[in-house]
Design a protein around this ligand. Structure first.
Ligand code: FE2
Length: 426
């Protein structure tokens, strides 16, 4: 069961971040241009509060709607995206007052009903949803060239560190991919953990850097048809991509746009804001490929030098018995597909699932990231040297060419990785 005091703090934290991400923007900026890839921020901040009211207060606490017009304004499943600029929204101040009232009522509800597990789940759902929108607020500011968010803080020192060359060898084994039924919270597309065989492979120790990607660009990588998939080449031609979307070149060299400022390209900073197609073409140029989902999660779940025991200590034991198929011990997998009823009711609106992700896949919450997701945020491209072709991350269908905002968690992530027989990275 979740700690209601911690949950209340997360509710406050997420709301504070949401409000902070729009605090410095003018009414005109909060409306912004009508684009398919972003929402009007004025609408979006009300939406996160409405979503929390819907699930945590109305569903979880049985309360009546705070506003009669809430569903008609902020239900992302009912209000078409391109109409959100035309709505008769409450004023900015009224919207923020609504956000604060919902927050306070949820915190009060947790105090009044501290052992209600269904409420805990629904509050977590609303907090993770808000985290995703906080990510969206951030990439909207980048997309529209607004100033760096006042909540951004200073860049972590490791971004200024030198390159970390070389590959880590992962001998392979069995990885439990997905969420376990007894976890406090899971999203529907994480159900359920199942063993996946991972063949030996090698993966770059660190994300691809801007310097490395610039070599690809300078090497005519965007003009060499053979480096691109059919869909990738069609995308490149259609959007006239000649380099990463937020890059430009002048007499001094490459620069990147950091919100509303142009800065010289930091050579060892991980490349961000590239689409799946660009990542794939880079790998073809570098003689590598992108990792499969299982490969990526297995590699990201291991602490360098800590060995498999460290990963085992935080997860369920899963073993490859050498029989027809691997099994997880403890009978957990026998519950595969049988979700607790309260979870079966919950599905992210299609709007949210489609809009947030890399390669068409949903990204996890911003500030409560699980460790296996963090490196993916910081490295849209990961080099991969050996191993079987496997099923690549984007095989489920052509991904939306979406650029990824750089985001960092604000607190230590929760560990859920489960690796059995993968030895330490070397
Ligand atoms: Fe949403």
């Amino acid at each position: 069961m979740s700690d209601p005091t911690q949950l209340a703090q997360w509710v406050r934290d997420a709301r504070e971040r949401s409000l902070g991400l729009v605090a410095d923007l003018s009414p005109e900026q909060l409306k912004g241009p009508r684009l398919a890839i972003v929402n009007p921020l004025h609408w979006e901040i009300g939406h996160v509060a409405w979503f929390q009211e819907l699930w945590a207060l109305r569903q979880g606490r049985g309360e009546r709607p705070l506003r009669e017009d809430g569903d008609s304004l902020w239900d992302s499943g009912a209000v078409p995206h391109d109409t959100r600029w035309d709505l008769r929204l409450p004023s900015i101040e009224e919207t923020k007052a609504y956000m604060r009232e919902v927050r306070d009522r949820v915190v009060d509800g947790l105090a009044v009903d501290p052992k209600n597990r269904d409420l805990h789940y629904l509050v977590l759902y609303s907090v993770f949803h808000e985290d995703m929108h906080d990510e969206a607020f951030t990439y909207t500011r980048q997309t529209l060239g607004y100033p760096s968010p006042p909540t951004a803080g200073s860049a972590p020192s490791h971004l200024a560190a030198g390159p970390l060359a070389g590959d880590a060898e992962v001998p392979g084994g069995t990885f439990a991919l997905g969420a376990a039924p007894d976890e406090t919270f899971v999203f529907d597309n994480e159900k359920w953990a199942h063993p996946v065989g991972v063949a030996p492979f090698a993966i770059a120790r660190a994300p691809v850097t801007q310097e490395q990607f610039a070599a690809f660009v300078d090497g005519a990588g965007y003009a060499r048809r053979e480096l691109w998939s059919e869909a990738g080449w069609e995308w490149r031609i259609r959007v006239e991509a000649e380099h990463p979307v937020y890059w430009r070149h002048d007499a001094s060299g490459w620069q990147r746009r950091d919100f509303d400022r142009w800065v010289p390209l930091e050579p060892h900073r991980p490349i961000i804001h590239v689409s799946w197609h660009e990542a794939e073409a880079y790998c073809a140029w570098a003689g590598r490929r992108l990792p499969t989902e299982a490969e990526w999660e297995a590699a990201a779940s291991l602490a360098p030098g800590a060995g498999a025991q460290a990963a085992l200590s935080v997860g369920r034991r899963c073993t490859d018995v050498g029989a027809r198929e691997p099994r997880c011990t403890g009978g957990r997998l026998r519950r595969r597909g049988r979700a607790p009823r309260r979870r079966q009711r919950l599905r992210l609106p299609a709007d949210d699932r489609q809009r947030v992700g890399v390669g068409g896949r949903r990204l996890p919450a911003l500030s409560r990231l699980r460790p296996r997701h963090v490196p993916r945020l910081l490295s849209a491209v990961v080099r991969h040297a050996q191993g079987p072709p496997g099923r690549l991350l984007g095989d489920a269908g052509p991904p939306a060419p979406q650029h990824v905002a750089e985001l960092l968690p604000s607190r230590p992530p929760r560990r859920v990785g489960r690796v059995q027989d993968l030895p330490a990275l070397t």
